[in-house]
Structures are given as C-alpha cells and as structure tokens.
Design a protein around this ligand. Structure first.
Ligand code: HPA
Ligand code: ZN
Length: 336
C-alpha cells in the first residue's frame, strides 16, 4: 500500500493513456443495447450472463469473447457512441489525452466497410475535443492471427485516412505469431512516416520483443512483461528509453500474473525501465485508468514519486508533437 494521498494526487493530475482498445471499452449494458438496436443475436441472455462469461484463463479466452462482443457494432453511430462513452470516462478521471487502438480487420472481416468505423470514431474524437477537452490520437492495429497479405490490404485502405491516424500497431493472439511475420507491412508504414507499436511479451517470449525492436522498429512496446526474463533485452530497452505500456488489471484477468502482488511492475521500475500504466480493455478487465493505478497502489510498494513519474511518462512516451508534449508536461508539473 502506498502513501495515503498518493491516489488523490494521481486523480487530480492530468493524465494520458497510451494502450486502450476502443472495442474493449464496450460495457456489457451497451453491448446488450446495441444488440437489441441492431437485431444482432448474442450467445448471452442477459447483461449478467455477459459479465459472468468474463472469466478468462488466457489471452485467447478473452479474444474469443472480444470478437463476439464487437459484432454488435454496425453503424457509424454505434462507433461514435462506443468511443464517446470511453471519452466521458476519460473526462471523469482527468485523462486529458488518449491514444486509442482499434482493429480494422475485426470489422472488415465480418463484412463491414471502414467508412462507418472511421466516420464514427473521428466524429467522437471531434466531439471529445469540443465537449470534453479530451484530445485523442488513433492507432489501427493489425490482427496478428491473420496473414500479412490481409494486413497489407488493410494498410492500403487505412492510408486513405492517413491524416487521421498516428501510426499502426499489432495485437491479437501473440503465441505462434511473431512480429517478424509483419516485417513488410511495418517497413511500409515506417517508410511512410507512421509511428509504430506492437504488443509483445504479453504471453510471447522475449524474442518477440527483440523482433519488435529490431525487425519492426517500433517506437513503444505494448505490455513487454516477459522482457524481464532476458537481462540483455532489459539493458537494451533502458538504453533506448523504450516505453512499455503496462496494463496491470489486464495481466491479472488474463492470468499473466497470479496475483497483483506478483505483478512485474516493481521489478520493471527497479530495472530502470520506462513504464506507463493503461487499461487495455477496461470493460472486460474491471476498470479504467484510475482503477489500474489503484490496483498497483494497493498491491505493490510503489512510492508516491514513482507513481507520479509513471503518470508523467504517459505524456513523455506519447506521440504528441514536441511542442504539444512540452505543453502537456509543463501543465502536469504545474499541477504537482
Ligand atoms: N492483447 C492482444 N490483443 C488484444 C488485446 C490484448 O490485451 N486486447 C485487444 N486485443
Ligand atoms: Zn492491448
């Protein structure tokens, strides 16, 4: 348990979130409402049944439900409502900047075009700025369980929206799908000037983190927990000041850790790694950004200064322009 007052300080500080899948912010009540509105049948009879199914043994258990859940999203209005609900949570928790992930192939593979997806998300992003003073960046992720040709086709479709996206990421089933499988599409994105991220070391081995750095050339690592198994990799991540977007409640719910007390965050800090905290899929894992700070504060010996540094890293490791980043960091320091 941290110092008393740490959490109220974190709450009061302006915060950034860098790892949140917008489809993973679909709350069960909203899922049931959209199923009704769109005439989509779900495998569940009630909101309670949906919630009761959120009992995962690993990443794939979760993903199976997550892809089912997103099947209720059909129209631009659905995507706008989904994103607005999350942006309101951001405003409530003083999250003033968020870089959100979405899965284009999760929608095109079930017959949707990208048009309603992008219209809904960009509409919500404009409203978040105007109505909530929340600034949002957009990062489409490639589904790594699909082949690279599918990712390349998705890339070609997404570049039409290049002025509305920050970069590209890689998510979904990690084991058996190394980052190197996506070397060509990431090389194209890099050549075109996009920022790059990849989920690595969530369930996969340290080699997938090495691959993300050396083959894909990413700017941040999503999760990265298993990096700690390889001292040379830790040294490299520290030397590069490579930020990890750590998601404690996600790790607990997907059984990457058996108890929050055993979360690797303490070891990451001791190793000098640049760590940020994030909610990943907040509707599925039991909480938004503040709930993740709270879980860490309750379970681990993390000092007030360390918690503040973690929150500050959210801006420092963001893809904001240098000018906007300096302004956000100055506002953060002034609030302190
Ligand atoms: N890991 C991998 N893929 C995902 C996740 C995750 O935590 N959430 C949504 N897609
Ligand atoms: Zn994730």
């Amino acid at each position: 348990m941290g110092d008393p007052g740490t959490l109220s300080l974190i709450e009061a500080l302006p915060k950034a979130e860098l790892h949140m899948h917008v489809e993973g912010s679909l709350e069960p009540e909203h899922m049931a409402e959209l199923a009704r509105r769109n005439g989509v049948s779900l495998a569940f009879g009630s909101v309670e049944e949906i919630r009761a199914a959120y009992n995962f043994g690993n990443l794939q258990d979760f993903l199976d439900l997550y892809y089912q859940g997103m099947s209720v999203l059909l129209t631009a209005r659905d995507f706008e409502d989904l994103a607005m609900a999350y942006f309101k949570r951001c405003a409530d928790q003083n999250v003033v900047y968020t870089e959100i992930f979405f899965d284009p192939q999760g929608h095109t593979d079930r017959g949707l075009s990208l048009e309603p997806v992008m219209a809904g998300l960009t509409g919500a992003i404009a409203r978040a700025r105007a109505e909530l003073d929340v600034e949002v960046g957009l990062i489409p992720n490639f589904l790594r369980h699909l082949d690279e040709d599918s990712a390349l086709r998705t890339y070609d479709e997404m570049v039409r929206y290049s002025d509305q996206i920050l970069g590209f990421g890689l998510d979904s089933s990690e084991l058996g799908h190394p980052p190197s499988k996506f070397a060509r599409v990431f090389a194209r994105a890099k050549a075109d000037g996009f920022k790059l991220v990849a989920h690595a070391g969530e369930e996969g081995p340290p080699e997938y983190v090495w691959d993300s750095l050396d083959v894909l050339g990413v700017d941040r690592i999503d999760h990265g927990n298993r990096s700690l198994e390889d001292p040379a990799l830790v040294k490299r991540l520290v030397a590069d000041d490579m930020a990890l977007t750590v998601c404690p409640l996600s790790n607990l719910r997907l059984c990457g850790v058996d108890a929050m007390e055993n979360h690797p965050l303490r070891a990451m800090l001791d190793a000098g790694l640049t760590v940020t905290l994030n909610s990943d899929d907040p509707a599925y894992f039991g909480g938004y950004l503040m709930e993740n700070f709270t879980a860490i504060d309750q379970a681990l010996e993390v000092s007030r200064d360390e918690m503040v540094a973690i929150a500050r890293n959210g801006f420092a490791a963001s893809f904001l322009s240098d000018k906007a980043k300096a302004e956000r960091l100055a506002a953060f320091d002034a609030t302190l």
